[in-house]
Design a protein around this ligand. Structure first.
Ligand code: SF4
Ligand code: SF4
Length: 366
């Protein structure tokens, strides 16, 4: 068996649902398209993406002499676990975060593949989402799917709920196939379903409008115009992937990654009345660390402002007293959504100007 075949087989044995090889080449057109996306500011506050552009454009800066990329796909199309019955469990979490942080789960797999390549006198360097590598482009090049109108990789077999990891190698490829054909056809379901109109006609997402960005990466208060669109999304957003006919056809195929009920349906009371450090301890190894406690508390209040679920009332009151001003600001907004203006009085003298302003405007009825 050839070295690429051996590594691909090992990746499957280590838990990948699907694997493929692509040349370690980023076409000039893709680099220009990505640079245009950055120039238009559609990466929002993720300024590190600008710094990573040269490395993304040229994989050889990550692994000298890189010739090929082994792409691993793992389905996170989970069957929903049973919802715990205690606590305040309101809102939705994007499926990929139902399982302990996939970076941690996949790193040992990539390390093993790197060692295996080294044992065959080849060099390899693995990345899972944290490196400046164009995974979706390589996955399409490896015939694993195509970039759908949602901007996500879509596979006829696995739909759009796919976690990707890549291993750059110096192995030459033989008989490389053409990229996967586009199978979106006339479908526009993802574009129509997006709650904040974040998907552009060029198959690129405007992160400034995307619920996933706003609930995970964005720091500080979410712009007012997007709060209703967040709906009941507590962390991330699955809408464009979930409505895709290829996702629906595939069904729940996750094999290696496993969902945990406490991550799929977190108890919102855990985001209030504890320190950031305690939150980090409690949610170690989960994707919730990215927005941190204050981000999750802010999101919980946005959700409660939208859903007005009576279970959440004590959290609105707790949010007013939160040490983080963005949480108090979200609490003021949510109280306004509930029409509970008398509870805003305590925030009229808030030390943070934006909280005071929000409370004062609502108090004045504007
Ligand atoms: S993740 Fe949600 S908000 Fe973002 S593009 Fe998809 S549907 Fe729109
Ligand atoms: S929902 Fe339709 S348009 Fe969007 S990615 Fe899926 S097939 Fe393509």
């Amino acid at each position: 068996m050839s070295a690429p075949d051996l590594l691909a087989e090992l990746a499957l044995n280590l838990g990948a649902d699907v694997v493929g090889w692509a040349p370690a080449r980023v076409p000039a057109g893709s680099v220009a398209e990505y640079a245009g996306w950055l120039a238009a500011g559609r990466h929002a506050g993720m300024s590190y993406l600008e710094r990573q552009l040269p490395a993304r454009a040229e994989p050889q800066t990550r692994l000298e002499g890189a010739l090929s990329v082994l792409v691993l796909g793992l389905s996170h199309a989970f069957e929903p676990p049973l919802r715990p019955t205690d606590g305040v469990r309101v809102g939705q979490v994007a499926r990929y975060a139902w399982t302990p942080d996939y970076h941690d789960q996949l790193q040992p797999v990539l390390t093993r593949l790197e060692h295996e390549a080294a044992a065959m006198a080849n060099r390899a360097k693995g990345y899972v989402d944290h490196g400046p590598v164009m995974e979706r482009l390589f996955a399409a090049g490896a015939f694993m799917g195509w970039r759908g109108k949602s901007g996500m990789l879509v596979s006829t077999e696995y739909g759009a709920f796919m976690t990707l990891a890549v291993v750059l190698t110096d192995l030459p490829l033989e008989g490389v196939t053409a990229p996967h054909p586009d199978r979106c056809g006339r479908c526009t379901r993802c574009v129509q379903a997006c709650p904040t109109a974040a998907i552009g006609p060029d198959r690129a997402i405007d992160a400034r409008r995307c619920v996933s960005y706003l609930t995970i990466e964005h720091r500080g208060p979410v712009p007012d115009e997007f709060r209703p669109g967040i709906g009941d999304w507590l962390f991330g957003c699955d809408v464009c992937s979930a409505v895709c006919p290829w996702t629906l056809k595939a069904g729940p195929l996750a094999r290696t990654l496993r969902p945990l009920p406490e991550l799929a349906y977190p108890d919102l009371t855990q985001f209030f009345g504890i320190s950031e450090r305690e939150f980090e301890r409690r949610f170690a190894g989960t994707a919730f660390l990215r927005p941190r406690r204050k981000g999750m508390a802010r999101n919980a209040l946005t959700v409660l402002g939208n859903t007005r679920d009576p279970q959440g009332w004590p959290l609105l009151l707790a949010g007013r007293l939160d040490p983080a001003w963005e949480v108090r600001e979200a609490a003021a907004w949510a109280l306004g959504q509930w029409g509970e203006l008398s509870h805003l009085e305590a925030l009229l003298d808030d030390p943070h100007e934006l909280v005071r302003d929000r409370a004062a405007r609502l108090w004045a009825g504007g």
